[in-house]
Design a protein around this ligand. Structure first.
Ligand code: NPW
Ligand code: ADP
Ligand code: K
Length: 509
């Protein structure tokens, strides 16, 4: 972890961020726990108990509960929930999508527990035709053992759950959402999802957000040392981390200590983007900002932010001195891919140093610098730009966002920020090189949001944060600012320019 230059020694405790696992890594943790002496059924009993406790807490008035059970251990969790609910005097029905007699191991023990508690277990498909008038549905169809999209009776169960107006608790994950990638075609749309033992990577990125509802997690009381062992895919970005990255400045700091950013871009008609990049960088604390843009935007830029040093430039030949003075460069928004943009981009790439490369600059990188790899740049593609760089479709990027970001990193090095819900920051193959932002909201689906993100990352780079750290902090501050702005005024109508003042609070944790 790097901290900005000229700041007080870090005093905040460094938060260990939550780990993210895929299904295979989760199964490995399950096996470790069992090897450490907790039986598989005991884990299942704890999972069911955690789910039932959440039901009592969130739906204390629920009296009629319908549990949709599959044929594996996820179904087993469902039978335990049903048993506990029945023992507590609730009216419970299990719809079994695999005959309970055929279940094995701990799931069979869970079936016996449900029978003993007097739970009505009916054939799933037949039961779908019978009205039940549930206060709550429990989705225990598929968990980490799911392979592909739900098939056959399971698919009909998913559709029936989604058509029922009752709220839905998804056990471990909403059936149909891929635990590894977040890919979902036909999936349960849950009110809450309660995950066990490991936070599944796929529940935090891609399409998963449309299905998971509110996320809850229970470690089933496992030893934290066990949960910290073994492999994981990456880590979650959390607000508590900011204090570690952004300690207060030294009282003697001056603008020479807080970094000089050069923002390059804004051809005629696209001047707003670079103004937003510049303002965002300023609001996260960049000391000085020079903006090299088309001369037609001079007045607008200065009227909006007189703090900027703005120069109208006709070609890359006119930014040599600015590049020399700058600690980092942000280039891309509004740049265009014509001769003007090309000349500026070529000039910026002539010199090494921290760079945020976004938008048109990503296209120029692909068309003019095939195969160039660097450690010091941060590339910030949205899924469409990532697809352009990988030569595939945006839907293929979204189908496995981590794989796409990793492939971009292998080709280009540095830091890859793959934008979109569940933004990923990737700078290598290890767990500590992968961060995922669980914040942000669909109010951010409006023009200029990416420009603001690029500005924030660049504004942190000039303050001395290492590229991976600047990207993580920038992504987190951007998303938290958007969430706060949305809380105040709603998601619809949120503007990129609204984020700056909220971001300022976050960079002073
Ligand atoms: N001790 C532990 O490990 C603990 C595990 N725990 C819980 O176990 C869960 C993992 O359980 P799991 O591994 O048994 O797999 P699970 O998700 O129930 O699916 C397997 C079943 O689904 C079926 N099936 C698969 N794909 C399908 C599809 N596309 N469409 C239709 N059917 C499909 C497959 O059928 P098959 O293909 O074999 O015929 C099989 O019947 C985990 O998420 C957590 O909830 C907790 O209790 C904590 C302790
Ligand atoms: N639904 C969403 N949830 C979370 N973040 C979002 C959502 N939609 C957009 N964003 C964020 O907003 C920004 C949009 O960036 P981009 O597509 O480059 O916009 P623009 O090109 O208009 O500046 C990214 O940081 C992205 O992660
Ligand atoms: K489930």
């Amino acid at each position: 972890m790097s901290t900005p230059l000229h700041t007080r020694r870090r005093t905040a405790a460094v938060e260990v961020p939550a780990r993210l696992h895929d299904a295979a890594q989760t199964r490995a943790l399950d096996r470790e726990a069992i090897a450490a002496g907790i039986s598989g059924f005991e884990l299942m009993r704890r999972a069911g108990a955690a789910a039932f406790a959440l039901i009592r807490q969130r739906w204390p008035k629920a009296r009629r509960i319908r549990v949709f059970c599959g044929g594996g251990n996820n179904g087993g969790d469902g039978y335990v929930v049903a048993a506990l609910a029945s023992r507590a005097g609730l009216m419970v029905e299990v719809l079994a999508f695999k005959s309970p007699e055929t279940l094995a191991g701990e799931a069979a023990e869970a079936v016996a527990m449900a029978r003993e508690a007097g739970v009505a277990i009916v054939d799933g498909e037949a039961g779908l035709d019978q009205p039940f008038d549930a206060d709550l549905l429990v989705d225990a169809l598929l968990g980490t053992g799911a392979k592909g999209a739900p098939r056959g009776a399971y698919l009909r169960a998913v559709e029936a759950i989604n058509q029922d107006p009752a709220p839905v608790l998804a056990i471990d994950l909403p059936s149909g959402v891929d635990a590894d990638t977040g890919m979902a075609e036909q999936a349960v749309s849950a009110t809450l999802t309660l995950s066990f033992i490991a936070r599944k990577f796929g529940l935090y990125t891609g399409l998963a957000a449309d299905y998971v509802g509110e996320r809850f997690f229970d470690d089933l009381g496992l030893d934290p040392r066990l949960l910290a062992s073994g492999e994981a895919l990456g880590r979650l970005l959390e607000p508590a981390m900011l204090a570690g990255y952004l300690p207060p400045r030294l009282p003697s700091s001056h603008k020479g200590h807080t970094g000089h950013l050069l923002v390059v871009g804004g051809r005629p008609g696209y001047g707003g983007s670079t103004i937003m990049v510049s303002e965002a960088a300023a609001r996260v604390g960049a000391g000085l900002i020079s903006l090299a843009t088309d001369a037609c935007h001079l007045a607008a830029a200065l009227a909006r932010r007189p703090e900027l040093m703005v120069r109208g430039v006709r070609s890359g030949l006119e930014i040599g001195d600015l590049l020399e003075a700058a600690d980092a460069v942000a280039i891309g928004p509004g740049l265009g891919q014509g001769a003007w943009g090309q000349g500026l981009f070529d000039k910026v790439l002539e010199r090494p140093g921290p760079r945020v490369i976004d938008a048109d600059a990503l296209h120029l990188l692909e068309s003019r610098y095939a195969g160039l790899r660097r450690d010091d740049w941060v590339l910030t593609p949205h899924p469409g730009e990532a697809a352009m760089m990988l030569g595939c479709k945006a839907s293929q990027v979204q189908a496995d966002r981590l794989a796409a970001a990793r492939e971009l990193w292998r080709r280009r090095g540095g830091v890859i920020v793959l934008k979109g819900n569940g933004t990923l920051v990737v700078a290598g193959e290890n767990e500590t090189d992968v961060a995922l932002c669980p914040y942000g909201n669909p109010g951010m689906a409006s023009g200029g949001m990416g420009d603001v993100l690029g500005g924030m990352i660049a504004g942190l780079l000039v303050q001395g944060l290492a590229p991976f750290d600047a990207a993580c902090v920038g992504v987190l501050v951007h998303a938290l600012a958007a969430d706060e702005a949305a809380r105040v005024g709603g998601e619809r109508g949120l503007l990129a320019g609204d984020l700056a003042s909220f971001a300022r609070r976050r960079v002073n944790p």
